[in-house]
Design a protein around this ligand. Structure first.
Ligand code: HPA
Length: 270
């Protein structure tokens, strides 16, 4: 595993002149941010040794190096989901590679189903904590101390300082930012009404099929994390709601300018 990570990082160091400290993972329908990245050097996942290849509709697989908010960044357009069949080590491999490239702060985004009744479709939620409901853990197995400690603390998984700054930015820009707990589950089915109800009662405000494994690996590697969910569909207690992938992508697409504005301003202020 260590060899693979270093091999991939070495390849990327040769393929780009950038040496970013900021990594970004963009979720479904949330790729607009990359249009704001200047002086891009783009590398398709297919070209990157040891990288899995993304399969799901609406996710294109590219690594984009460039400048955002005046800072060097590397953005993943398209991530690897557990439901696609990758194991957790594969899903989180790019985060390991980012760490090996020198990334110290990870920005992540996703589309999520809202359960908190204060939310509406199109809201953007700061993730301030998570619940891991994936059936496999990305840190299961041998722990390489070069990568991190055996039993990582998860108290401050989501950087409080970055959350505070994001809230200030939202205030300045008059963006209504929500905040809450993201529950990660394997998918690919959306939740049954009983499952939404269970997750809400468990303490989650939003549910999705990604991010949690990446955040765990980022924290294992000692990176700071900031993550946003775009609420693409809502479950309200007692009200049956249907959801489709198309609706999720459409809602994500229309809400993404807010997400892009927050992330860009936050990176600028770092
Ligand atoms: N559930 C799980 N994942 C999701 C949802 C949802 O309602 N919406 C977008 N991703």
């Amino acid at each position: 595993m260590l060899e693979k990570i270093n091999q991939t990082a070495d390849y990327l160091k040769k393929a780009t002149t950038y040496r970013p400290l900021v990594g970004i993972i963009l979720g479904s329908g949330l790729g607009e941010l990359v249009n704001h990245i200047k002086e891009q050097q783009v590398i398709n996942y297919e070209e990157i040794p040891n990288f899995p290849v993304s399969t799901v509709e609406g996710h294109s697989g590219k690594l984009i190096f460039g400048l955002l908010g005046g800072k060097q960044v590397v953005a993943m357009q398209g991530r690897f989901h557990f439901y696609e069949g990758y194991d957790m080590k594969q899903c989180t491999f790019p985060v390991r590679v980012m760490k090996a490239l020198g990334i110290n702060t990870l920005f992540a985004s996703n589309a999520a189903g809202g359960m908190n009744p204060d939310f509406v479709v199109g809201d953007v939620m700061i993730i301030n904590d998570h619940i891991n409901m994936f059936p496999e853990h990305p840190l299961r197995g041998k722990n390489y101390k070069e990568l991190g400690t055996r039993f990582p603390d998860m108290h401050d998984a989501y950087c409080k300082e970055l959350i505070a700054t994001a809230k200030e930015i939202a205030k300045e820009k008059a963006i209504d930012l929500k905040e809450g707990v993201y529950l990660g589950t394997q998918g690919p089915t959306f939740e049954t009404p009983a499952e939404y109800r269970m997750f809400y009662r468990m303490g989650a405000d939003a549910v999705g099929m990604s991010t949690v494994p990446e955040v765990i690996v980022a924290r294992h590697g000692g990176m700071r994390v900031f993550a946003l969910s775009v609420i693409t569909d809502m479950w309200y207690d007692g009200k049956p709601v249907e959801v489709s992938h198309e609706e999720v992508l459409e809602a994500a697409n229309s809400a993404q300018p807010k997400m892009t504005a927050i992330m860009t301003a936050l990176i600028e202020k770092m």
